[in-house]
Structures are given as C-alpha cells and as structure tokens.
Design a protein around this ligand. Structure first.
Ligand SMILES: Cc1cc2nc3c(=O)[nH]c(=O)nc-3n(C[C@H](O)[C@H](O)[C@H](O)COP(=O)(O)O)c2cc1C
Length: 336
C-alpha cells in the first residue's frame, strides 16, 4: 500500500504526523514516534513569552556585568552557562535532525510581529525542514475589528518570510468569519500550508470554590467533524497543503479527513493517551480499509468526499443543516 503524501513540499512516507506536543521534548519519545511510523514530527512550540523573558533577563545580566568591577566580573558565571529556552529549542532541533530521518517541523507560538521573530532564522539554520506558526490569539478587545485580527496573521506570516525561506505552515483557529477567505489570503501571502484547527482552551468555573479552573480536557472523535467540513470545503479550491488537526483518535477518523481532502493527519491526544504504537494501529487500519475498497494509493480516494464539485457550497451546507434538523426523532415518552 502506498501511503506517501506531499506536505508543505516535503515528501512523507505516510500522512500521520504527530502535532506539537511534549512528545518531541525528549529524543527517546521522538524516536519512538519515528519507529512507530510517523511521517514527520511537529515539535512542541517555542513561545514568544519565553523568548521575550529570556531576552529581558539577558539584557539585565549583561547590564549588571558591565556595571560591576573587572575583578568581580571574573567571578560571575558567563551567560552561556545558562542555556535558556531558545538555546534548548535550537539544540533540540539539531539533535532531532541528527537522530531521526523524518522531516522535523519547528513550531513558533506567538502573536506579535516583532523582535522575537528574528529567531526563526536560527531555527531554520538549526536544520528545521519547515516552520509552523500557531498564533494563539483570542480577540478579546471588543473594539478590534475582524479585519485587524485577520491582518495580524498576514503580518506575522510576512515577518516570518523575511527571516526564513523554509516552508511555513499556519495553524489556525476556527474563529474567523470567513475561514476559506482567510486561508486563501494566507496562501496568496505565501503560506505553504494550513492546519485546521487550533484548539482554544476554555477555562471552566469551579462553582464550589467560585474560581476559574484551567483544565486540559481531551478531544474526542466528534471534534474532527469541524475540521473535516472545512477541509472538504477547501480541497481543490486552494493549492496550499491542508493538515487536519483535532479529534483524530482512530483509523476511521483519519480516513474521514483524508476522504475530505487533507494532505496530512495530525495526532496528539491519541498518542499521549495510547503511546506511539497508536500510529502503527491507525496506519494499519487505513491500509486495511484501502485494501477493502481496492485503493492502492492515497490519491485514489483523497478528497473524493470534498465539496470541490459542489457548485454552491454555502447553499449545500444550508440544505444539509435543514435536513439534519428534520431528521430529529423525539425519544418516546418525553414529549407528547
Ligand atoms: C499537552 C499538550 C501540549 C500541547 N502543546 C502544543 C504546543 O506547544 N503548540 C501547539 O501548537 N499545540 C500544542 N498542543 C495542541 C496539539 O498539537 C493539538 O492541536 C490538539 O491537542 C488537538 O489535537 P488532538 O485532538 O489530536 O489532541 C498541545 C496539546 C497538548 C494536549
């Protein structure tokens, strides 16, 4: 069975790509993902806040060195003795590249196009095959108009392109008025791909203690349906790569997003919960399903359930909506 796929211009042996998670923090777990059959790995994110904090700390450190006496300075440790988050990140890229054969995609996580982004160049120099940008931005200012929020993404992408020539993948949230148009604009601005969708973590309220609760709740297969719809809507209408992220837990979920038209299928919770072997199980499930249906390669069925041949997708979506509401059957004995 030929599962090869092209993602961001990279040739992958198969479409299963672990998304950003702590699994890439250790060489052992990253190697376990490769051994289990991952097509590529997206690294955990380097956060804008961590880089900024480090730069501020460094400038204070240098300033204190300068103001001390020459004799005292010789007793002070050199700043190289304290590798910070950025240095550790660069070292991890280099180690992953030296140890693994599959492509390594670095991940930046931030919202302002400013100085911290210059480090993207070091990330590319360290050997990353591509760069993902997760602009985890909650538009909380009620006076900020939607087009400014969209422009932020384009500006961030432009800034990254000034720094690197490796492919850039944008991990997007579903909270845009016109997702398709946003993807098209990013593609026109030079994005090599988009991953749909970034998950906004939602704080809960503890009514006993009357305080906020910040909990990381796992995703479920049903979460992949939103991704599936938008991948289906965009396949064939944009040329950039499409990655499905969020809610893929089983071979069935992966097959659905491939039928919708994704180039890669990201996995996170499925691997955190069940270990790296889950990649092998999902891959096997895809292979068996392909065999049952007489498919030899992904291109035989990828996007076959997309909306590329639907003349008016908006109208089609409304008709489906009306049909789904109409299918409601009341449970006996509850409503008369
Ligand atoms: C523990 C944990 C850490 C994560 N770290 C990152 C990160 O550093 N950067 C990022 O873009 N996404 C991060 N994510 C989000 C995942 O990459 C993924 O988009 C999300 O979990 C939904 O996919 P899933 O349903 O396959 O888990 C993290 C998720 C978890 C559970």
């Amino acid at each position: 069975m030929n599962l090869t796929t092209n993602w961001l211009g990279l040739e992958l042996q198969n479409p299963l790509v672990p998304s950003a998670s702590p699994l890439s923090r250790s060489l052992d777990s990253a190697k376990a993902l490769e051994d289990a059959g991952a097509g590529a790995i997206v690294m955990y994110s380097l956060f804008e806040e961590a880089v900024r904090a480090e730069e501020e700390g460094m400038s204070r450190f240098m300033h204190e060195q300068e103001t001390g006496s020459a004799e005292a300075e010789s007793f002070l440790p050199s700043h190289q003795d304290f590798p910070g988050e950025l240095d550790r990140y660069l070292e991890q890229i280099a180690s992953l590249k030296a140890t693994l054969d599959i492509p390594i995609v670095a991940s930046l996580n931030g919202v302002t196009a400013s100085g911290w982004m210059t480090h993207a160049k070091e990330i590319a120099d360290a050997g990353a095959d591509a760069l993902e940008l997760n602009a985890y931005y909650v538009a909380a200012d009620i006076w900020e108009e939607g087009h400014y929020v969209e422009q932020r993404y384009i500006t961030l992408l432009n800034e990254l392109q000034q720094q690197v020539s490796i492919p850039i993948n944008m991990k997007l949230s579903p909270f845009f008025s016109s997702i398709g148009n946003m993807v098209k604009k990013l593609e026109m601005a030079g994005a090599s791909g988009v991953s749909l969708f970034n998950r906004f973590y939602q704080p809960d309220i503890d009514i006993g203690g009357m305080r906020l609760q910040h909990v990381l709740t796992p995703t479920h297969s049903a979460d992949a349906l939103l991704t599936m719809r938008w991948i289906a809507m965009l396949h064939g209408r944009v040329e950039c790569s499409l990655g499905a992220t969020g809610g893929v837990h089983a071979a069935e979920d992966a097959i659905k997003v491939l039928l919708a038209g994704s180039d890669v299928v990201h996995l996170c919770y499925a691997l955190l919960n069940n270990g790296p072997e889950e990649i092998g199980r999902i891959k096997k499930g895809i292979g068996e399903w392909m065999e049952q249906h007489g498919f030899e390669q992904l291109s035989d069925f990828r996007g076959s359930l997309s909306q590329v041949n639907v003349q008016d997708p908006a109208e089609y979506e409304r008709l489906n909506y009306i049909r789904v509401l109409g299918s409601y059957d009341s449970p006996g004995g509850v409503w008369r």
